[in-house]
Design a protein. Structure first.
Length: 108
């Protein structure tokens, strides 16, 4: 998944060899997924997974913080990651799960 995240994420340009010296690795150990209601999401604490009709997406708890997102922008961004329309998290047939993460970062 490390290689895929660096080379196959459609939201970003692939990592190049020239960027490797300035690249730092971050590892997130996730707790088990649990169903979560949108109103119970705490930005910076919860990561999210959304699933609907074969599409799914995951965003770590640190993503909305680094992007400056509030809870609603976090949910919309999660839908985008899954390839869904931004407000699809509001649909009744969507599965939404929360988790927490312990994060380790490579030092500078």
């Amino acid at each position: 998944m490390v290689v895929a995240s660096a080379t196959d994420d459609p939201r970003f340009q692939p990592l190049t060899a020239g960027e490797l010296p300035d690249t730092r690795i971050e590892i997130s150990a996730l707790t088990p997924l649990e169903p979560i209601q949108p109103e119970n999401i705490v930005v910076g604490r919860h990561g999210l997974v959304i699933s609907s009709a074969g599409s799914s997406g995951l965003l770590l708890p640190q993503v909305p913080v680094s992007q400056g997102w509030d809870r609603l922008a976090f949910l919309d961004g999660l839908c985008e990651k899954a390839g869904l329309p931004s407000c699809d998290w509001q649909r009744d047939d969507i599965s939404l799960y929360g988790f927490e993460a312990e994060v380790w970062r490579e030092s500078e």
